[in-house]
Ligand binder design. Structure first.
Ligand code: CDP
Length: 315
């Protein structure tokens, strides 16, 4: 945070509740951050033993054999039988087996990243997770970096930008080059309409020899995660993409750093208006999300020394 003498005046048109929120954030965030090993170990081991993201966050040929049924997580009672054509698109085995990382950066898409100069810090992490095919254009590199080990893709983005992949695929596959050899995580079995486009993503990347590796989220993992946080008071059940990725990181990474998690329309220190995303001006649809509640949790975990939240400028 900037020194108190540099904190700007409160704008006159400040949104309802924003002053209290920002004061709380400034107060908690201004205390020097200290890692608390016991707190981290306790949450990480509970997540491992109850949510099994480590060996079950991704659909594999091991955990979803031929003939088994996959139960969708956002579509009541909807199942899909694993037939050979679908089975062949699954990852062969657990991709996180015996893999842990010392330092992970989980990058949300908040407009708070604009002019943050956090790119270098993000790229210095051993493992970088990004959400929903974000822009990594040269223009944003200083603020968000470029390194990507995991990137998620919400099929609605593919649908909007590339017409559901029912026609030509080259342009889509070329748009993925920026993410290199990363894992492309798709929620293929959340809603029924996600499945076709997710399968076509696998075919398209294979046909064009793309180095990116598409894999499917396991809806079982989302159910376990929902139960886990519901039993700890997180009442809103629709967990955002970023929320899922932070939880995955907490199981697999010794040091978890969060960037771009700020679901509010005003900067906490500079008090200027912010876009929902650092790369576009599309307005947020908060009705579908519990992001402000999720943010509250990140702030608590930051204070408990479990993970490190980065707001504002990076040194
Ligand atoms: O698909 P979804 O709407 O969940 O996410 P997004 O807008 O593409 O952003 C990716 C993630 O960044 C979200 O899931 C949130 O966890 C986080 N985010 C945030 O904390 N604040 C924002 N203003 C925007 C996104």
């Amino acid at each position: 945070p900037p020194s108190p003498s540099k904190i700007p005046r409160w704008p006159s048109n400040l949104c309802k509740g924003c002053r209290a929120l920002i004061k709380k954030v400034r107060d908690r965030y201004s205390k020097p951050w200290k890692r608390q090993e016991d707190n981290y170990k306790s949450l990480s081991s509970q997540l491992r033993s109850q949510c099994h993201g480590f060996d079950g966050a991704i659909i594999t040929q091991e955990n979803s054999p031929l003939g088994s049924k996959i139960l969708y997580d956002s579509e009541k009672n909807m199942t899909l039988q694993v037939i050979p054509e679908i089975f062949s698109t699954f990852a062969k085995e657990n991709l996180f087996k015996n893999k842990t990382w010392d330092k992970c950066a989980v990058v949300g898409n908040s407009g708070i990243l604009s002019h943050s100069s956090c790119g270098e810090m993000i790229d210095s992490a051993q493992f970088v997770i990004r959400c929903n095919l974000p822009s990594l254009a040269k223009l944003h590199e200083k603020d968000v970096g470029i390194k990507t080990d995991i990137v998620t893709a919400n099929p609605s983005i593919i649908r909007t930008k590339f017409g559901d992949l029912t026609r030509h695929h080259r342009q889509f596959v070329e748009s993925l080059h920026i993410y290199g050899k990363s894992l492309l995580l798709l929620p293929a079995f959340s809603f029924g309409f996600n499945t076709g486009v997710s399968l076509r993503t696998v075919y398209a990347t294979e046909d064009f020899g793309s180095p990116i590796r598409p894999v499917f989220f396991n809806p079982e993992y989302f159910r376990r995660l929902t139960l886990f946080w519901r039993s700890r008071g997180q009442r809103k059940a629709f967990l955002s993409t970023g929320f899922k990725m932070v939880n995955l990181a907490l199981e697999n990474c010794a040091n978890v750093h969060l960037y771009g998690f700020w679901p509010f329309s005003i900067h906490p220190f500079e008090l200027n208006a912010l876009n929902n995303h650092y790369f576009d001006k599309i307005k947020a649809n908060w009705r579908h999300h519990a992001m402000p509640h999720e943010f509250d949790l990140w702030l608590r975990l930051h204070n408990q020394g479990v993970l490190r939240l980065h707001l504002g400028h990076c040194p």
